[in-house]
Design a binder for this molecule. Structure first.
Ligand code: 3HC
Ligand code: NAI
Length: 683
């Protein structure tokens, strides 16, 4: 008989063993009712003499995947998770955690409060709090170092990456790994075996072997920090984690817990954690399209055609081959086709060289790709993606031809970066089947896929696009039609104004380093050098990138661009680029004596991006501010810990941004002004 202890926790007893079951879909997060239920379960286990041992587990998808992140925004109620874990650990009867799915964050901390841990072979265990700008706050920072040692604990907490059950067993984090379908039987068997044992229960908080060893290694923590410097850059949580581990090594458990709690609260209140929590939910929300019914029929995509085997077409074809969908790639010339397929093979072979796929995988994937010079071969494809040159004339030729070839019901997509999808749809007799699928370069790597919804795109076509994005492991962001859609349009001002600042007198290294300090991996001019200056077109007749390209300076790929590069790809400001900037100044009759401070560079580049984001939102190009943030983070590597441009703007202060834009002579978008004056926010 099962007894309900709260809305989400129940307990049943068979042969003296209590099974405590958490049932809080979708991921059994440790919300208030679960915490209450667990405390009630502990009381019951302690007081009921018929119970000799317990197994703690969860229902359906997974062992708890952590604290309830949604609850963080509304405030947490008693009992707090650290107390819950301590209460379980303090029991005088053995508790076995039966772990499967993803035991993450608070979930793993609950398991560490149990006296024994059995894990299904496919289970993953981890402490991903750092990705939310937090640290494990339910004893994880104190128990992990005691059970796996400081170094392994730091590795898990600072990277946030989960480990697989067999490795967890090797590290001593779990006692036994068993076949997935034997988990409950094995956990119950273990409970039965240990309930007969005499002597104190193994409590992780009382383990001393690792802490004694780690205490003797006086520079362990400094060494870890030095070796993993990159993970500490810009973000504050890793240093806090390091200090909690220091406490775990040096202090008694209870004092260490106090350090953990204090630092957890500091992080919890930080802008970085606020931003990262926003990103967590925004990433999961992008796929939701409120005006498309959940039961909208999806179109089955079992075969794909790609037109154009250039930079984008090749990467797009790989996305589908990677999930086992056959792709026919159509080109105009044999030479271009051979080159395209050659690049794909090389990409796969490089991955194989790094040990991330086998030689056999390479052949399997190449076997899914068929080259063709004949568009007629696309007649039976379910989805056809065009990735030819960015010219409306060529797109017209391709789409009007495609319309005569593609079977009824096929989805027709364009990968255009800027062109009008509605106009492209008019080249066909079936505009409802047309949409934009805007990949980012390199298409096989970049995680963002903009789904561009034309005026006439059918709900089925859009819903299928959103679903397909997930299938090829991308995050979809829905955009309406405009020049540049969301991510590119958002970043126009960023790139444009960086070049303007350079011409007006701020040295390139000042501009780039200001944006690196903000958190970008590289500054805007460095980014231009990386993507290639020939890819960028600017309208003015004499302009910096155009002049550089005329000098055959195309960026890192050819002769350098703004910077000259050594063999290790380290850049120094290029004298040739400085000359070009001088030439542009002379041409435009400006002195080039307006040098900005790093703070001015930051405001000068970021405020206009926020303003563009506000316009994208008010025009309905993006559905939500969070979608814009996700597009910037995944498409342009906007630092996630800043939350993306819109969340950052909210934190930075909208009135400050309005005033800043006005001072720069730019007109704030109506939505931005309105929110600023009402004390509102984008996110
Ligand atoms: N709290 C609240 N909701 C959560 C959640 C959590 N910890 N984890 C996942 N969810 C929700 C998601 O928002 C999503 O909701 P939706 O369907 O309404 O959009 C749903 O669960 C399913 O999540 P995913 O779409 O991400 O499903 P996947 O199968 O792709 O991934 C997962 C599952 C690996 C568990 C992934 O959701 C994940 O990584 N979750 C976060 C884990 C985490 O960060 N845990 C630490 C929390 S902080 C903590 O524990 C603090 C403690 O130390 C005190
Ligand atoms: P690319 O120049 O590398 O490749 C285009 C390919 O299309 C060439 O191989 C060409 O031979 C082929 N082609 C031209 N006309 C054709 C036709 N009628 N039939 C079959 N093949 C034809 O160009 P890239 O960079 O791959 O761009 C393709 C599209 O993707 C453009 O619309 C571009 O705006 C868009 N895009 C480009 C991105 C980038 O970073 N390069 C990013 C996102 C979108």
């Amino acid at each position: 008989m099962s007894e309900s202890l709260s809305e989400t926790v129940s307990l049943s007893v068979v042969d003296g063993i209590a099974t405590v079951l958490i049932d809080n879909p979708p991921v059994n997060a440790l919300g208030a009712t679960v915490r209450k239920g667990l405390v009630a379960a502990a009381e019951k286990i302690a007081s009921d003499t018929a119970i000799k041992a317990a197994v703690l587990t969860a229902k359906a998808r997974t062992f708890p995947a952590g604290a309830d992140i949604a609850e963080f925004a509304t405030g947490m109620t008693d009992p707090w998770l650290p107390e819950v874990v301590n209460t379980i650990e303090a029991l005088e009867k053995p508790v076995v955690a039966a772990i499967y799915g993803t035991a993450l964050g608070g979930g793993l901390e609950v398991a560490l409060g149990c006296h024994y841990r059995v894990a299904a072979a496919s289970a993953k265990l981890g402490v991903p709090e750092v990705q939310l700008g937090l640290l494990p706050g339910a004893g994880g920072t104190q128990r992990l170092p005691r059970i796996v040692g400081a170094e392994a604990a730091l590795q898990m907490m600072v990277t946030g990456k989960p480990i697989k059950a067999p490795l967890a067993e090797k590290m001593g984090l779990v006692d036994k790994v068993v076949a997935d379908d034997a988990l409950m039987d094995e956990a119950l068997a273990m409970a039965k075996a240990v309930m007969a044992k005499d002597g104190p229960l193994p409590r992780v908080s009382e383990m001393t072997e690792w802490t004694e060893k780690d205490r003797a290694d006086s520079d362990l923590l400094d060494k870890f920090r030095a070796e993993h410097g990159r993970m500490f850059r810009g973000v504050i949580a890793p240093d806090h984690i390091l200090e909690t581990v220091r406490a775990a090594i040096e202090l008694p458990f209870a004092e260490g817990m106090a350090v953990e709690n204090e630092r957890f609260m500091t992080l919890f209140a930080s802008d970085q954690s606020r931003a990262l929590r926003h990103v967590f939910f925004a990433m999961r929300e992008t796929a939701k399209v409120p005006d498309i019914a959940k039961d909208t029929p999806l179109i089955d995509v079992k075969s794909v055609g790609v037109i154009g085997a250039g930079t984008m077409g090749g990467g797009i074809a790989m996305c589908f081959a990677n999930i086992g969908i056959p792709v026919t790639i159509v080109e105009v010339k044999q030479e271009a086709l051979d080159r395209g397929l050659g690049v794909i093979r090389k990409n796969y072979e490089n991955t194989a060289k790094k040990g991330r796929m086998t030689a056999e995988d390479v052949e399997t994937r190449m076997g899914l790709l068929t080259g063709s010079l004949n568009m007629e071969d696309l007649g039976d494809k379910d989805l056809i993606i065009e990735a030819v040159f960015e010219s409306m004339e060529i797109k017209e030729k391709v789409f009007s031809r495609l319309d005569t070839i593609a079977k009824p019901g096929a989805i027709l997509a364009s990968n255009t970066s800027y062109l009008d999808i509605d106009h492209i749809a008019t080249f066909t007799s079936r505009p409802e089947m047309v949409l934009g699928l805007h990949f980012f370069s390199p298409a096989n790597v970049m995680p963002l896929l903009e789904i561009v919804r034309g005026e006439k795109s059918s709900d089925s076509v859009i819903a299928t696009g959103m679903k397909l994005a997930k299938a090829i492991r991308k995050t979809p962001v829905l955009a309406r039609v405009c020049d540049g859609f969301i991510a590119n349009r958002l970043m126009y001002p960023y790139i444009d104004l960086a070049i303007e600042m350079l011409v007006a007198g701020t040295p390139m290294q000042v501009i780039d380093s200001a944006m690196r300090d903000y958190g970008f991996a590289m500054g805007p001019l460095q980014m231009l050098d990386l993507v290639g200056l020939d890819v960028i077109t600017f309208p003015a007749e004499v302009n910096v990138t155009g002049e550089l390209v005329k000098l055959e300076r195309r960026g890192q790929k050819l002769n350098g661009g703004f910077y000259d590069y050594d063999e290790k790809r380290r850049g120094t400001p290029a004298p040739a680029a400085i000359d070009v900037v001088d030439k542009v100044r002379k041409h435009r009759g400006i002195a080039g004596d307006k040098e900005l401070s790093p703070e001015q560079v930051m405001a000068g580049l970021l405020y206009p991006v926020v303003n563009e984001g506000a316009k994208i939102l008010e025009e309905g190009i993006a559905m939500r501010a969070g979608d814009i943030d996700v597009a910037a983070i995944l498409g342009y590597n906007w630092p996630a810990y800043q939350g993306g441009p819109m969340c950052w703007a909210d934190i930075h202060g909208l009135p400050k941004i309005v005033a800043g834009l006005e001072a720069m002579g730019q007109k704030p978008a109506a939505l931005l002004k309105k929110l600023a004056s009402e004390g509102g926010s984008f996110t």
